[in-house]
Design a protein around this ligand. Structure first.
Ligand code: FES
Length: 464
């Protein structure tokens, strides 16, 4: 169908095709058969690591009213300013006319003023679409800025500040997500917030007086500045034990399982992208697996599991498990995490199943949206494409700052040559490298870093 669209044989308007045109091109298409639509919905759900449920993102009336009121105030200030400039122009015109009173020729300043006013009038007819979009965004969302980090995120609809912050890639401090523990306490420095759910944790009168709120139980009504704790590294993340419900098991290749799970709503996993967790199955065993999803969705956790002989949990998941089974999770573990404050471009290198940790890091980097450029190199063991090749290609196609290159197994012999070719003209010393591969690749990566004068803190290596 895409070939027909590109060739102009099928017309589209804003990405949509008329049903009549579609049936003309594909007379045998079964429109009532929704299996393809179901499949598309499933692909969208899997491709989007952030909950796309827009129904919950509409701002409520109070938030809308407050934001419209703020915009109204701004508009009235601007109108007063414009009225003042108009008056000034009228007076200037009168002054110029008075100067030119005794002269037959028009005053040059008067001519200049005529031209300037004509240009302004013409500019006034231009519709400034980016400004319209920005204004609409300001009505639909509130911007939150966290101090002292300076991190920013948008609060959509009636999302809690905590949910919105996590979705924005921040590692905010929290525990229960439901108003019991008080760990998400933060101070509102400026702006308005509103309580959206009851919380059992009681703030003291002194805390309330200082502007403290619980991020999991409040939303932002206007743009806000918040003083909040954020995890600085894996040492700040507590160990947790959480029951997981098995949602789905897929087998994208002969030796890999993708296991999608869900935590209870009131007992989510706080973790950093790139970390691992131990999964246990009663009377089967337990094993440590990389979390292949983003902390911005702390309820829906994904694991990529290699079907290694001797891994009893993997064998159980491949052969005996069914959806709604319960697994126990303990963790998270590991310090293969993103340097959130780095301004450098990011280079991710995965070997085989090493993509699991890399996927979490990439999704986290996308949520943060601060990296100017992201490179992904995925080395596979055989000639078949990587097991989530289409996902990586969709990132490559959808994001201007994302470059994906699958590499054959032979690249393991001369990875440095591939990097030299692909990363130019970027200077490697100005990049952050995250590599998840077999131990045998470590020495080659370290030699590359030495040759390119890449500081040790800019190259993180995790063994599969
Ligand atoms: S996370 Fe526990 S009270 Fe907010």
């Amino acid at each position: 169908m895409q070939q027909q669209i590109r060739a102009g044989l099928l017309q589209t308007f804003e990405g949509e095709i008329l049903l009549a045109d579609l049936l003309h091109a594909y007379p045998n298409a079964q429109i009532e058969d929704s299996s393809m639509l179901d499949r598309v919905a499933q692909i969208i759900e899997q491709a989007s690591f952030i909950n796309t449920d827009t129904a919950t993102r509409k701002p409520d009336n109070l938030a809308l009213g407050t934001r419209v009121m703020a915009l109204g105030k701004e508009l009235s200030q601007q109108q007063r300013l414009v009225a003042g400039y108009r008056k000034l122009l009228r007076e200037l015109r009168m002054e110029i006319d008075r100067l030119a009173d005794n002269s037959a020729a028009p005053h040059p300043l008067g001519q200049w003023l005529d031209e300037a006013e004509a240009t302004l009038a013409a500019d006034g007819d231009i519709i400034d679409q980016p400004l319209i979009n920005e204004t609409f965004l300001r009505v639909m969302t509130a911007q939150a800025t966290v101090i002292p980090s300076g991190h920013e995120f948008f609060v959509e609809g009636a999302d809690s500040i905590l949910e919105a912050g996590l979705r924005g890639g921040l590692a905010l401090n929290y525990g229960c997500s439901n108003g019991n523990c008080g760990l998400c306490k933060m101070r509102v420095v400026s702006g308005d917030t509103r309580k959206i759910r009851h919380h059992d944790y009681a703030l003291t009168e002194a805390e309330k007086g200082l502007g403290y709120i619980l991020g999991c139980s409040h939303t932002a009504v206007s743009d806000v500045v918040l003083e909040a704790d954020e995890a600085q590294g894996s040492a700040d993340i507590p160990k947790q034990t959480i029951p997981l419900r098995l949602k789905r098991i897929e087998r994208p290749s002969a030796d890999v399982l993708i296991v999608s799970t869900r935590t209870p709503r009131t007992n989510r996993l706080r973790f950093l992208a790139g970390q691992r967790a131990t999964l246990s199955v009663d009377q089967v065993g337990s094993a440590l697996y990389p979390i292949a999803s983003c902390p911005c969705d702390d309820m829906n956790l994904q694991f990529h599991i290699a079907l290694n002989p001797g891994d009893a949990v993997a064998k159980y998941l491949a052969e005996a498990a069914s959806s709604n089974d319960t697994l126990m999770l303990e963790g998270p573990n590991g310090s293969f995490v993103l340097d959130e404050n780095s301004p450098r471009a990011l280079v991710f290198i995965a070997e085989g199943i090493g993509f699991a940790s890399i996927k979490g890091l990439i999704e986290h980097a996308m949520a943060l949206d601060t990296a100017e450029q992201i490179y992904l190199f995925w080395i596979t063991d055989d000639d078949a494409p990587p097991y989530l090749n289409n996902l990586c290609r969709s990132w490559n196609d959808a994001l201007d700052n994302f470059a994906y290159r699958p590499l054959p197994a032979s690249a393991l012999q001369n990875l440095a040559d591939h990097l030299d070719t692909q990363l130019q003209p970027a200077a490697a010393s100005g990049l952050d490298f995250y590599i998840c591969a077999r131990e045998s690749l470590r020495e080659q990566c370290e030699q590359y870093a030495e040759r390119q004068a890449i500081p040790a803190r800019q190259l993180l290596f995790e063994t599969i």
